[in-house]
Design a protein around this ligand. Structure first.
Ligand SMILES: C[S@@+](CC[C@H](N)C(=O)[O-])C[C@H]1O[C@@H](n2cnc3c(N)ncnc32)[C@H](O)[C@@H]1O
Length: 283
């Protein structure tokens, strides 16, 4: 498949990952400006993502967040990680971007919050982090950057203590199959997994107007069945799955901003899922 700005390419994991890291490193300065970090000066403030996810996670954590050990995979500049710290969790943020973790550590210092930060490819996270957690959490813009969900799920299983809980909320693969530039919902990108990566040439990012020079990135499509089977294959037990109509970022210019996030125009809201959520436990 070849589309303007997007091509299907065969590429090994390491060069693809390294290109993605260069892109993410450059986005950090833009996101430090655009993510509204000043809002965190209010000691009660939590990121909108964690406000929603803490409510979905709570029924599975009868002990609450206070004092639990939580590992946040692909934590970016730490706004969600530190929101969990504000709920009382002992947090460890994991990301492959050194500049992202520097920004996260600076935010933690400014807010007087404790956190550990581990710089590693998430596909090597278990060995790099080296301890186990009550909760492993990842959300919003994660697995599309990974080529191997079995290896990803194996890291999660190793990072969890027996009895621990895994939580993911991310963009729905049906949403990712849609052409975000069209005036109606039209399928354009693969839903099913392919060995090839989708190579994007895009100097923009999903928030703010800034641009990056390392604009080539590689992403992979993962159907829901691949996510579920990877987690089951790693020995986890899926205890809840849901699909939702609200997205925390503007996927398409046609999306409407509401208090909860971005949604499709009303007539289309039941046509396409925006996110999926899975909660799984380790015996
Ligand atoms: C869209 S952000 C997700 C974070 C969160 N939703 C947020 O907005 O703060 C994606 C993150 O994944 C990280 N990332 C991408 N590929 C990775 C990999 N192979 N290993 C570790 N981190 C990775 C990027 O550095 C980035 O911080």
């Amino acid at each position: 498949m070849s589309e303007p700005g997007v091509e299907s390419v065969r590429i090994e994991w390491e060069p693809a990952r390294d290109a993605n890291r260069e892109n993410w490193d450059e986005r950090v300065a833009l996101h430090v400006e655009a993510y509204g970090l000043g809002d965190f000066d209010d000691p009660e403030h939590l990121s909108a993502v964690v406000r929603a996810d803490a409510a979905s996670l709570a029924p599975f954590l009868p002990q609450g967040f206070d004092g639990i050990d939580l590992c946040h995979l692909q934590c970016h500049i730490g706004t969600d990680t530190l929101s969990f710290a504000r709920l009382g969790a002992n947090v460890t943020g994991v990301d492959f971007s050194g500049p992202a973790l520097d920004a996260a550590a600076a935010l933690a210092t400014r807010l007087g919050l404790d956190a550990d930060w581990v710089e590693t490819d998430v596909l090597d996270a278990a060995a790099a982090v080296g301890t186990q957690f009550d909760v492993v959490y990842t959300s919003i813009g994660t697995i599309t950057w990974l080529n191997d969900l079995d290896r990803w799920a194996a890291q999660i299983a190793q990072l969890l203590r027996p009895g621990g809980t895994f939580y993911i909320r991310d963009g729905h693969p049906v949403l990712y199959a849609i052409d975000e530039t069209r005036d109606e919902p039209v399928l354009r990108y693969p839903y099913f997994e392919r060995r090839e990566a989708q190579a994007w040439n895009d100097s923009g990012t999903y928030i703010g107007d800034g641009t990056v020079t390392n604009s080539r990135t590689y992403e992979w499509s993962h159907p829901i069945s691949a996510v579920v089977n990877a987690l089951l294959g790693a020995g986890l037990r899926i205890v809840r799955m849901s699909e939702d109509r609200v997205l925390p970022w503007r996927f398409s210019p046609r999306m409407i901003e509401t208090e909860e996030g971005f949604v499709w125009p009303e007539a289309e809201r039941d046509l396409v899922p925006c996110t999926f959520t899975i909660v799984a436990t380790k015996n």
